[in-house]
Design a protein around this ligand. Structure first.
Ligand SMILES: Cc1cc2nc3c(=O)[nH]c(=O)nc-3n(C[C@H](O)[C@H](O)[C@H](O)COP(=O)(O)OP(=O)(O)OC[C@H]3O[C@@H](n4cnc5c(N)ncnc54)[C@H](O)[C@@H]3O)c2cc1C
Length: 665
C-alpha cells in the first residue's frame, strides 16, 4: 500500500536489518528528525550519487528504490545537531515526490519485500565480501601497526554481512587524515573541484578525494593503505599537464605531491642534484645558478610545473634542442610502486648497469608508480649566449629557414617559431616583447657555448642563413635584459593567448622538420575550413608543433568543430611521417589516436610492460594505453555484453572520437 514518507537522499544504500548511524546538522534534516520523533520514528533513505559540485542538490528519480530507516537511538547535541542510529526495515519504491510545507522532501512510496535469495548466489557473493573485508582488515592493520585479524569472520553469509556493513562506513577520508593530517585531505566538493582539470580544458573529472602527503614516508603509507583497500589513485604534480593525465575519476584518489618540495642535495663536484618530486622546475635552476650550474630541460611552464611531472611526461622545452629532453638528465629515481614497495632505479653515479629502467620510467605518465626522489644531472651555465629574432612575411619561408639551419649542421640551443596570431596576442598582453606585429612568423634562435668568439661566429652564420631564406630583419638581443624580454614573450605565449578566447586547446604533435612548411599550411587550411583561430607557437628545431585552437566550450557547435579540426591536424601530422605527441603525453586526450600510430601487438606489449610495474593497474588507470585496442584484449569475454571483445585495428578506429564527452563542462 502506498504511503507518504519523509525522504533523506544519501550516498549510501541502507539494507533491511542493517545499522546506519547518522549525524544530523542541516536545518532541513533537523526538522525531519523532529517530525519523525514526534510521529512513528521512521523516514526513508534513498541512494543518490555524491553531488558533482557545490550547490547541487541531487534528487533520486521516481522509480528509485529506498529503505525505511527506523530511529533506534538519538543523542541531541548542545547546538541543535544530533547523532542518531537507524536500522533498515522494509524496502520501498519511490512513486512520486509530493509538495508539503516542510523544508525536507516528502515522497509517496510503495513498500515491498525482497525476493528470497538463491542460496548458491549468496554463498558466491559472500566470497567476494569476505575478500573485500580482508583487504579492509589489512588496511586497518597498516594504519594501526597491528597484524590483521580476520579469523573472526563468520562463514554464514548473513552473519558475515554484519562486519561487511561496518566496513562500508569506514571512512577513507578519516583513514587518510590519520596518515597525513586532516588539513591535507581534501574531500569537500569545492576543494575537489580545484583538481578537476589540468592545463587542458576539454577534460574534466572530479576525484573521489585529494590527499597531500608531506614526506616520502607519508606517500608510502598512503599508497599502502590504498593498495590494501584496492583503491585506484593518480599521482599529480602542479597540474599543468596538457593531456588530462593528472585527472582522477570519482572512484580514484588524487595523490598530490606538491608538498614534497625540498631540494635535498646539490652535488657541485659531480654536477647532480637530488630533489623531491614537487620541486618546481625553475626553482632548481635558480638554486644551482650560484654554482654556475643549471637543470637544462626548460618547459615553458617551468615557473609552475614540478620535476615529478616533468619525469612522468619526459618534458621538453625550448633549450632541449641542444641539451636533450628530460630523459637525458635523469640519473636515478626512487619510486613507490602501486603496492607501496619502494624501489630505486638507476644510480646517482650515472654509470649504466643492467637494463635502463630509468629511461623506461621517464615518460611513463604516472602509470608505473610514484617518483618520490629524483637525481638529476646538472650542466654548466653557458658563458656566451646570442639570441636572434628573425621575422618572415610567409609561414612557409620561416619553416624552410628552420630546415636550412639544421641542414647546415648548426645546432642552436633553441629554435622556436611563433605565427602572426600568436605574435599579436603576445604584443597585446603584458608580456609584449617587441615582436613585429605584421610578420607572418618569427623565429627565435639562441646560440650558446663556452667560447665567445665561436658563438659569435655561429650567430653570424645563422643570421646569414635566415636572411638567405627571406627573413625581413634579423635582430640580435643587445643585452641580457633584451634577451629576457624576447624569451618572456615566447614562454608566456600560452598565457597571452588567453586573451583570444575563453578556452584554449594546446595541441602537441611532431613532424619531420622538412615537412614543417607544408604541414603549417595544411593546418592553416584546416583552421579556415572549420572557421577557427589556430595559433602556432612551437619548438620548430625539433619539429614539435603546438597548434593552439581558441574557442568557447559553451558553444557546442564550435566545440565539435574544434574536435574535428584537432583530429584532422593529428591525421595530417601522422601522414607527414610524424607522431601524436612530442612532450605533452597521451594521458586521456590522445588515447583515441594511439591506434593510429601503434598496432594491437605494440599496444599489447606496452600494456604488458605497464603490468610489470602495476599488475592491478591501479596507478593512473585508464590513461595512455587504449586497452580495447590491444591484441591481447581481443577474444576475452566482455562481461557487460556477454560477448567476445574484438580488438580495434588502426584502420577501423573511429576518428574523431569525443574529447568533449560526458565529462566536458
Ligand atoms: C603554459 C604551459 C606551457 C607548457 N610548456 C611545456 C613545454 O614547453 N614542454 C613540455 O614538455 N610541457 C609543457 N607543458 C606541459 C606541462 O607543463 C608538462 O607536461 C609538465 O611536465 C607537467 O608537470 P606537472 O607538475 O604540472 O604535472 P601534472 O600535470 O600534475 O601531471 C602530469 C603527469 O605526471 C604524472 N605525475 C606527476 N607527478 C608524478 C610523480 N611524482 N610520479 C609519477 N607520476 C607523476 C601525473 O600522473 C600525470 O600523468 C606546458 C604546460 C602549460 C600549461
Amino acid at each position: 500500500m502506498a504511503r507518504e514518507l519523509p525522504i533523506f537522499p544519501l550516498p549510501v544504500v541502507l539494507f533491511p536489518g542493517a545499522t546506519q548511524p547518522l549525524h544530523i546538522f542541516e536545518p532541513r534534516y533537523r526538522e525531519l528528525l523532529a517530525d519523525c520523533l514526534a510521529a512513528d520514528q521512521r523516514f526513508g533513505i534513498t541512494y543518490v550519487a555524491p553531488p558533482d559540485g557545490p550547490g547541487i542538490d541531487p534528487m533520486p528519480p521516481p522509480g528509485a528504490v529506498g529503505c525505511i530507516a527506523l530511529i533506534t537511538a538519538t543523542e541531541a547535541l548542545p547546538d541543535g545537531r544530533s547523532d542518531i542510529i537507524t536500522v533498515g526495515e522494509r524496502r520501498f519504491t519511490l512513486l512520486e515526490w509530493v509538495t508539503r510545507e516542510t523544508t525536507y522532501r516528502v515522497a509517496r512510496v510503495e513498500e515491498f519485500d525482497d525476493e528470497p535469495a538463491d542460496p548458491a548466489e549468496v554463498t558466491n557473493l559472500a566470497g567476494g565480501v569476505r575478500q573485500d573485508y580482508q583487504r579492509l582488515a589489512r588496511a586497518i592493520g597498516t594504519l594501526t601497526d597491528r597484524a590483521a585479524d580476520d579469523a573472526a569472520l563468520d562463514d554464514d553469509p548473513e552473519h558475515l554481512s554484519l562486519p561487511a556493513d561496518r566496513a562500508g562506513v569506514v571512512n577513507l577520508t578519516a583513514a587518510l587524515a590519520g596518515l597525513v593530517g586532516e588539513r591535507h585531505v581534501r574531500a569537500a566538493p569545492a576543494e575537489r573541484l580545484a583538481y578537476a582539470m589540468d592545463g587542458l580544458p576539454t577534460h574534466r573529472r572530479l576525484p573521489r578525494l585529494a590527499v597531500l602527503p608531506g614526506t616520502r614516508d607519508e606517500v608510502v603509507a598512503v599508497v599502502r593503505l590504498l593498495a590494501d583497500l584496492g583503491v585506484p589513485f593518480v599521482p599529480r604534480g602542479a597540474g599543468t599537464g596538457l593531456s588530462g593525465g593528472a585527472l582522477a575519476d570519482h572512484d580514484a584518489v588524487l595523490l598530490v605531491l606538491t608538498r614534497l618540495n625540498r631540494i635535498l642535495k646539490i652535488d657541485v663536484a659531480n654536477r647532480s642534484a637530488v630533489v623531491e618530486p614537487g620541486v618546481v622546475n625553475a626553482r632548481l635552476s635558480a638554486a644551482t645558478a650560484p654554482h654556475g650550474l643549471h637543470y637544462a630541460p626548460d618547459p615553458s611552464s617551468q615557473t609552475a610545473c614540478t620535476l615529478g611531472g616533468n619525469v612522468a611526461e619526459n618534458a621538453g622545452g625550448p633549450h632541449c634542442l641542444k641539451y636533450g629532453v628530460t630523459t637525458s638528465h635523469i640519473l636515478a629515481l626512487e619510486v613507490v610502486r602501486a603496492d607501496g614497495r619502494v624501489v630505486t632505479l638507476g644510480s646517482a653515479g650515472g654509470e649504466p648497469w643492467g637494463p635502463d629502467l630509468v629511461s623506461l620510467f621517464v615518460g611513463s605518465e604516472g602509470n608505473f608508480g610514484v617518483a618520490t626522489r629524483i637525481t638529476v644531472r646538472l650542466v654548466p651555465l653557458p658563458r656566451a649566449v646570442r639570441t636572434l629574432l628573425a621575422d618572415f612575411t610567409s609561414l612557409r619561408a620561416a619553416g624552410e629557414a628552420v630546415s636550412a639551419i639544421i641542414g647546415a649542421g648548426l645546432v642552436p640551443a633553441a629554435l622556436e617559431m611563433m605565427d602572426r596570431s600568436c605574435i599579436q596576442a603576445v604584443e597585446d598582453s603584458v608580456y609584449a616583447a617587441g615582436y613585429p606585429r605584421d610578420a607572418a612568423a618569427v623565429l627565435l634562435v639562441e646560440l650558446d657555448g663556452r667560447n665567445e668568439s665561436a658563438v659569435d661566429e655561429e650567430a653570424r652564420q645563422v643570421a646569414a642563413l635566415l636572411t638567405g631564406q627571406g627573413a625581413r630583419q634579423v635582430r640580435q638581443a643587445a643585452d641580457a635584459k633584451e634577451r629576457e624580454r624576447l624569451w618572456q614573450g615566447r614562454k608566456k605565449a600560452f598565457g597571452a593567448m588567453g586573451r583570444l578566447s575563453r578556452d584554449l586547446v594546446v595541441q602537441d604533435a611532431v613532424v619531420p622538420r622538412s615537412s614543417l612548411p607544408v604541414v603549417l599550411e595544411t593546418i592553416a587550411a584546416i583552421a579556415a575550413r572549420y572557421d577557427l583561430v589556430v595559433s602556432n607557437v612551437f619548438h620548430a628545431g625539433d619539429g614539435n608543433l603546438h597548434p593552439n585552437i581558441s574557442f568557447d566550450a559553451r558553444d557546442a557547435a564550435m566545440a565539435a568543430r574544434v574536435e574535428h579540426a584537432s583530429a584532422e591536424i593529428m591525421a595530417t601530422c601522422i601522414a607527414a611521417g610524424g607522431t601524436i605527441t612530442g612532450e605533452h603525453g597521451v594521458g586521456l586526450d590522445k588515447l583515441r589516436y594511439m591506434p593510429l600510430v601503434f598496432d594491437g601487438d605494440a599496444l599489447g606489449a606496452m600494456h604488458a610492460v605497464r603490468r610489470v610495474f602495476d599488475p592491478e593497474e591501479r596507478v593512473n588507470p585508464g590513461k595512455v594505453i587504449p586497452v580495447h585496442a590491444c591484441r591481447e584484449w581481443s577474444g576475452t569475454r566482455n562481461v557487460e555484453l556477454g560477448t567476445r571483445n574484438i580488438a580495434v585495428g588502426s584502420s577501423a578506429f573511429p576518428l574523431p572520437r569525443s574529447a568533449f564527452g560526458p565529462e566536458a563542462r
